[in-house]
Design a binder for this molecule. Structure first.
Ligand code: UD1
Length: 334
């Protein structure tokens, strides 16, 4: 099977490309390189021995996107491409809606035009809004949409709806919505990892920069939450586990719409992540407690049992493994 990965040189796209090549799939990658580097292709080749075909294309360019599909003869698409900085999306809503939604519409048009009937979409736990996950974590049947605080989150919610409507209209289409929790870690080779352009927002990229001395200290956003240790709790999932979830989703895809959480089901606190990092790195990270960050929930974690039941997938790697793999990647960076 030949699969197109949009956003294929990004953090999750590149790890999925590696796992798919390892599993024997033919993958082609498309990216506009807005938040990733072309050198990722060299790294993928070093890891797997295969250099995937690459299209430097912005999906919002409908003519170019259609040309890729006419050339490619794809069996399925994994749609990772999108802008994903939460605070930036609040400042630049039009850019976020235009890019994330426009690119998806262009992609679907090209798929329709060339008869590609299968898509797996990178959704996010952010669609669960501001509910409390309780003791069991969010199930896929939990309400979505209420309490989403930013345009980035709304684009995920809206694209889910667009894909549902598309599947209804185009009989025989298979849509899988994968709701990611908090991806961390890196491939065991240490050759690819998370390398965002500019100032990072997410916890692990900030921790990485503090470790490297590029940011003087980590600010922990709040230690007065009603959680085990007062810091926020999240469901940190190793990116390789996440990548393998895509392969399982592809193997089990049927016409219609399916939705799966990809998480570990185990909440880990911000203090615990920092502690795990310090333990594995053998070095203290300078940090301070700051104000709560607007829009943060105290707790967010998955109930991942549906993916286990229907896809035969579950996360296998723990947070320490993710930290160890992250450090291997960091030590390889110049
Ligand atoms: C965020 C987004 C989510 C998005 C995901 C991936 C919000 C409210 N949610 O998830 O929609 O899908 O990123 O891009 O922005 N933290 C610190 N100090 C830091 C950075 C983070 O203490 O410098 C804490 C946060 O308060 C949070 C935890 O670390 O409790 C995880 O933060 P982050 O990595 O940004 O992920 P989320 O906020 O869970």
């Amino acid at each position: 099977m030949r699969i197109l990965l949009t956003g294929g040189t990004g953090y999750i796209g590149s790890h999925t490309a590696v796992e798919m090549i390892r599993a024997g799939y033919e993958v082609e990658l498309l990216d506009n390189l807005a938040n990733s580097k072309i050198t990722v292709l060299d790294q993928v080749e070093k890891i797997t021995g295969v250099r995937p075909k690459f299209y430097e294309v912005d999906l919002c360019d409908r003519a170019k996107t259609l040309a890729v599909f006419r050339a490619g003869k794809f069996d399925a698409v994994m749609h990772f491409a999108g802008l994903k900085a939460v605070a930036e999306s609040v400042e630049q809503p039009l850019r976020y809606y235009e890019n994330n939604i426009g690119s998806t519409l262009s992609l679907l048009e090209a798929m329709k035009e060339t008869g590609v009937g299968r898509i797996i979409f990178s959704s996010s736990a952010t669609v669960y809004g501001d509910q409390d996950p309780g003791e069991t974590g969010f199930s896929e049947t939990a309400q979505t949409g209420a309490g989403i605080t930013n345009p980035y989150g709304w684009t995920k919610m809206m694209i889910e709806q667009i894909l549902r409507d598309y599947a209804k209209a185009e009989k025989g289409t298979s849509v899988t919505l994968l709701r990611y929790f908090n991806p961390v870690g890196a491939d065991t080779s240490g050759l690819i990892g998370e390398d965002p352009n500019g100032i990072p927002n997410n916890l692990m990229p900030v921790v990485m920069k503090v470790y490297r001395g590029e940011i003087p200290e980590l600010t922990i956003f709040g230690d007065d939450y009603e959680t085990r240790d007062g810091s926020c709790e999240r469901d940190f999932i190793h990116v390789t586990d996440l990548a393998n979830g895509h392969i399982k989703a592809l193997e089990n895809q049927r016409p219609g719409v399916a939705v799966y959480n990809l998480g570990t089901g185990k909440p880990t606190s911000v203090f615990e992540i920092v502690g795990a990092f310090e333990k594995v790195a053998g070095k203290k990270l300078s940090s301070k407690i700051g104000e709560r960050r607007a829009g943060d929930l105290a707790r967010l974690f998955a109930n991942p049992s549906l993916a286990e039941k229907e896809l035969g997938w579950k996360a296998e790697r723990d947070v320490e493994t993710a930290v160890r793999d992250t450090l291997r990647y960091l030590r390889n960076l110049k």
